[in-house]
Design a protein around this ligand. Structure first.
Ligand SMILES: C[S@@+](CC[C@H](N)C(=O)[O-])C[C@H]1O[C@@H](n2cnc3c(N)ncnc32)[C@H](O)[C@@H]1O
Length: 326
């Protein structure tokens, strides 16, 4: 029985190839591949005698001597050049990069490289992007913690990766698997709390997570923080829809992290001072493409030459903390 993480790696390996597993430890992945007919031959490589003797014992026990070949090798140094797929997993991304940077040239038959770094996974994607390699597949696995697995080949990519793709992965962002979504929310909430306690020195990951979670920035348009329960927000939406003004509406009653985002704006920005004084919540709050926040959506419409539509029906709900209305 192999771990969920190694099982996913095995699933991402193209079938019937010569695979080299670098840093194989007990050779769990190589043995699994051969036992399940998923590879032609596997080199189980490690740079230390201890793990390698564990690998040899496991290979013998599985009766795979000859098809899983243990090799003492520092990184790729002594790995046979007929290798078609390289897997490197369960170590720090810096070490994976050291291994790739040292000896990848000379492997003419490489079809696929699958990497799973335990830390700083963005560095692996940065390397892939800088070398103009192409990410073929990715996945996020949850097994006590989250692991990101990246499969790439050496054919030229169409374009360099964008910042959010470097941090989170182009295929992950496209697929948006359930585990990836869960990872996004948990990681964002974690960084959000850290940032509240002590503003993060490096805000890049935090901003990227926010962007991918809210969709803000995907297209150039206004973001509106509001609520379906707030009549002024409903009126704002109705007017914007009527005049065909594009916006991205975030209902702060639906997700805690959206509510937290709105509150952090409300806590910090002077534009909310007046509503706080008079007990208003400050909805809808509109954020321009450049990040400027404003509350006067009617003024915004008039500036654009549109007349604000007459109110529709009776206003039943309230937008003020004292429940008096908007
Ligand atoms: C934590 S284990 C990972 C085992 C397995 N790959 C996995 O994903 O579960 C890391 C292994 O990498 C080996 N290792 C570390 N640096 C290495 C290097 N430069 N070349 C080859 N193996 C290395 C260690 O000896 C250890 O057995």
């Amino acid at each position: 029985m192999i771990s969920k993480r190694l099982f996913q790696i095995a699933n991402m390996i193209p079938k019937d190839m010569i695979v080299a597993d670098i840093g194989t430890d007990h050779a769990f992945l190589p043995v699994y591949l051969m036992e399940n007919g998923l590879a032609k031959k596997v080199y189980a490589c490690d740079n230390k005698e201890g793990p390698l003797s564990g690998a040899i014992a496991h290979i013998e026990e599985a009766n795979l001597t000859g098809s899983v070949i243990p090799i003492l090798s520092d990184g790729l140094t002594d790995v046979p050049k007929d290798t078609e797929v390289i897997t490197i997993s369960g170590m720090g991304s810096e070490l994976i990069l050291e291994i790739l940077n040292a000896h990848l040239s000379g492997f003419e038959n490489i079809q696929r490289i699958i990497v799973q770094g335990n830390t700083s996974v963005q560095k692996l994607r940065q390397y892939i992007s800088e070398h103009n390699y192409r990410i073929v597949d990715e996945c996020v696995v949850e097994e006590y913690k989250y692991y990101q697995i990246i499969s790439f080949d050496l054919t030229p990519a169409e374009r360099p990766l964008e910042a959010e793709e470097v941090w989170l992965g182009p295929v992950n962002i496209r697929k948006r698997s359930e585990t990836f979504e869960k990872y996004l929310h948990e990681r964002y909430n974690y960084l959000y709390k850290l940032n509240l306690e002590h503003p993060l020195k490096d805000q890049r990951e935090f901003l990227v997570l926010k962007k991918v979670l809210t969709g803000y920035g995907e297209r150039k348009m206004l973001t509106i923080y509001g609520s379906a329960m707030c009549p002024d927000c409903v009126a704002c939406k109705r007017n914007f829809d009527f005049y065909g003004i594009e916006y991205h509406f975030i209902d702060i009653n639906l997700k805690l992290h959206d509510l937290a985002d709105f509150l952090s704006l409300r806590d910090k920005l002077p534009v909310f001072d007046h509503c706080k004084e008079i007990g208003d919540i400050g909805l809808p709050a509109l954020v321009k493409e450049d990040g400027e926040v404003f509350l006067n959506w009617e003024g915004y419409l008039r500036e654009k030459g549109y007349e604000v539509l007459p109110e529709e029906g009776e206003i039943k709900a309230a937008c003020s903390l004292d429940r008096k209305g908007c």
